[in-house]
Design a protein around this ligand. Structure first.
Ligand code: UDP
Length: 337
């Protein structure tokens, strides 16, 4: 298949580009580089040995999106592009709704005009709201912040579009907590600001860019009192996208929903200690107050994806930390400009 990867220069997008090429697919990328550095493209070309065609524009521009479909052969779309910072979404809700919904509108419009039926959508466990422990796909969806609502709304929009066009083959992929990096250490997560997420924060402490980790609460009802999450290696996640895309060729369902997680929970302190093993020394931390809006535990029930996609995660938490550390230590300041 020739697959359009929106947000293909981003963290999950870039790893998925490689997985698609390795699986024998042809790809093209659209990315506006609002939260990605163009230098990632050369690294993807070095790793894959292939030219990566990149279209640099904002998908909310419906005319440019339509023109892309007029001029390129596209068999399927994987849609990663979107704003993703929870805190920022609370401060700038309108930007989040405009950007995340707007890009989906112009993409799906262009797909309809050109008879493209296959779409894999980048959703999140955030659609389970406060009910994220052992989550199964049939739970009701809701959100606790504007970012989460954009995911809930985009899922609903895609379900409605698919109901009106039974030829649709849409996959809604609910990611748990993507971490890790390509084992080469040449591509990885590169937050443009202070990291909001735990793993990149720990990695920046380890490399000396931050003084110490702040652990947000140790009085949850969990194994050691700290928050529990289902960390999934980005390469397992990328493989899940390839499996979902291929499943869309077989299924008769207009919409399929799959959790992509390991099914195992890891606490903040367990992840910190795993990272210390990867680095070979202790890392400084302090326990502070809980972060507003956090749930105690979030982990997938991945059995539907395991059964229907023939996919399962293979990488351990220690591998996630070792690969993150290789990326961070080789690129202390992230991608060069
Ligand atoms: N966390 C933390 N310190 C940080 C960032 C995160 O203690 O600097 C905790 C957070 O409270 C949660 C877990 O680490 O229990 C994962 O947080 P992250 O933001 O990575 O993922 P999410 O909460 O969105 O699942």
């Amino acid at each position: 298949m020739r697959v359009l990867v929106s947000g293909g220069a981003g963290y999950i997008g870039s790893h998925t580009v490689l997985a698609l090429i390795e699986a024998g697919h042809d790809i093209l990328v659209v990315d506006d580089f609002s939260n990605a550095k163009p230098t990632v493209v050369g690294r993807l070309e070095a790793l894959s040995g292939r030219h990566i065609p990149v279209h640099a524009f904002d998908l909310t521009d419906a005319d440019k999106t339509s023109h892309l479909f007029d001029t390129e052969t596209i068999d399927a779309v994987i849609h990663f592009a979107g704003y993703k910072a929870v805190g920022e979404s609370v401060a700038k809700p309108l930007s989040y709704y405009e950007n995340n919904l707007g890009s989906t509108f112009s993409l799906v419009r262009a797909m309809q005009r050109h008879g493209v039926h296959k779409l894999v959508f980048s959703s999140s466990a955030t659609v389970y709201g406060t009910d994220q422990a052992a989550a199964t796909e049939d739970r009701p969806t809701f959100a606790t912040n504007p970012y989460g609502w954009t995911k809930v709304m985009q899922e609903q929009i895609l379900r409605d579009v698919a109901a009106a066009d039974p030829d649709s083959r849409f996959a809604l992929l609910r990611y748990f907590n993507p971490v890790g990096a390509h084992p080469s250490g040449t591509i990885g997560e590169d937050p443009s600001d202070v990291p909001n997420n735990l793993m990149p924060y720990i990695a920046q402490v380890a490399v000396g860019r931050r003084e110490k980790l702040q652990v947000f609460g140790d009085d949850y009802d969990t194994v050691d009192g700290t928050g529990v999450r289902d960390y999934i290696h980005v390469e397992d996640l990328a493989a899940g996208h390839v499996a979902a895309l291929e499943a869309l060729e077989r299924t008769e369902e207009p919409v399929s929903t799959w959790n992509l997680g390991t099914g195992r929970g890891t606490s903040v302190l367990e992840l910190l200690h795993a990272f210390e093993r990867a680095v070979g020394r202790e890392l400084p931390y302090e326990v502070v107050a809980r972060r507003a809006g956090d749930v105690a535990a979030s982990y997938a029930d991945p059995s539907k994806a395991n059964a229907e996609l023939g996919w399962r995660t293979v990488k351990t938490v220690d591998e996630m930390c070792a690969d993150t550390w290789r990326w961070q230590s080789q690129n202390p300041d992230g991608y060069p400009d």
